[in-house]
Write a protein that binds this ligand. Structure first.
Ligand SMILES: Cc1cc2nc3c(=O)[nH]c(=O)nc-3n(C[C@H](O)[C@H](O)[C@H](O)COP(=O)(O)O)c2cc1C
Length: 342
């Protein structure tokens, strides 16, 4: 079969697929991002038509210890399937946490084996688990055994270039009952440097039959088609390219037309209100700053210096949103153009 035919046979990004018997409405998935994909952001991305959205990672031991922040991270409302990601290094805590999240409405439990942060790998969770596949498997098996809902796994290609073991772990995870695998096409030692290796993900495709999601550096529809073609994956996951545009997954999936200027501005206003409501005014105001910064960078890049500082440092929510609206309304670049160019 020539490459062109192969490409033509790929399912459309807008088509449905299944994970462990659950329907996923299209093939563009919003990545879990700590500090970003909280409930307000996921609600917006879901409403705009992302195929699936995933919570920020929830630390298993902290959740079992009843930490308020962990509980906030696993809240959901109207999102289907509700996918909760757990991180941890001990089978026992992962299993206990999985029972809690499944008992509280999670339709899918995702295991984080990709996080490169020193804070996380230093505790031997996240991508550090990839250094010890036997241990990783014990944790996966315990999680699968603990719950009746599908368990999925997200990881990188390996720890470093000398230890590319995602295919081995993926195969063993499938045998242990994992129902979907996501691969970020970088090693842990790459952190976020260089370019994600979309071709390397195919080695995982070659050894598993469960759904595979490819991830890393996908910003445009062309990227999405290309990563699927090169990796052989069933769906694509997008992270950073959705920052400052929660509608992006939905646009790539063809769920919605690209929002126009008025809708973008209304969305920013709504997002801000949702964050203040979710976190309370003091915490919400601080958490919202990074989102406002992303919106301004994308759609009002002329807002710099004192103008931006006034938005980023004010503790008066009414003033913050009024200034942001004014900056976006006066945006120096046509909104759609800057969005498409990113
Ligand atoms: C701010 C930030 C937070 C992240 N938090 C998580 C997380 O909680 N769990 C996880 O599995 N990956 C996390 N990731 C990794 C992303 O899910 C994704 O794999 C990575 O950003 C590559 O995709 P992208 O190039 O589309 O951004 C995070 C990434 C970023 C930038």
């Amino acid at each position: 079969m020539c490459p062109k035919d192969e490409h033509l046979q790929k399912p459309a990004l807008s088509s449905q697929f299944e994970v462990g018997g659950l329907a996923v409405r299209n093939r563009v998935v919003l990545a879990p991002m700590s500090g970003v994909t909280d409930l307000p952001f996921r609600q917006l991305a879901w409403r705009f038509g992302a195929g699936m959205v995933v919570t920020e990672m929830v630390a298993s031991r902290e959740l079992v210890g009843n930490a308020a922040e962990s509980w906030a991270r696993l809240r959901s409302s109207g999102i289907d399937p509700h996918v909760v990601q757990l991180a941890g290094r001990e089978a026992h805590w992962m299993a206990e946490a999985a029972k809690i999240v499944a008992g509280n409405g999670a339709a899918i439990v995702d295991i984080n084996m990709g996080c490169p942060a020193k804070k996380v790998t230093g505790g031997y969770s996240g991508s550090a688990l990839m250094r010890d596949p036997d241990h990783a498997l014990s944790l996966i098996e315990a999680t699968v055994k603990a719950v009746n809902v599908p368990v999925t796994l997200k990881m990188r290609l390996g720890w470093d270039d000398q230890s590319i073991n995602a295919p081995l772990i993926a195969r063993r995870a499938q045998d242990a009952g994992v129902r979907m695998i996501t691969i970020h096409g970088r090693t842990r030692m790459q952190f976020y440097n260089g370019k994600a290796d979309w071709d390397a993900i195919r080695a995982v495709r070659d050894v598993i039959s469960i759904p595979l999601i490819a991830n890393g550096d996908v910003a445009t529809a062309d990227d999405a088609h290309e990563i699927l073609k090169r990796s052989g994956a069933d769906a694509v996951m997008i992270g950073r390219s959705s920052q400052g545009r929660p509608w992006h997954a939905g646009v790539l999936a063809g769920s919605i037309a690209h929002p126009g200027t008025a809708e973008i501005i209304a969305t920013v206003e709504e997002h801000y209100a949702m964050m203040l409501d979710f976190y309370g005014v003091d915490v919400g105001l601080r958490h919202a700053r990074k989102h406002l910064g992303w919106y301004l960078d994308r759609f009002a890049p002329q807002t710099t210096g004192a103008g931006k500082a006034a938005i980023m440092t004010s503790t008066d929510p009414a003033a913050v949103i009024a200034r942001t609206m004014a900056a976006l309304s006066a945006g120096a670049v046509p909104l759609q153009e800057s969005d498409a160019a990113a």
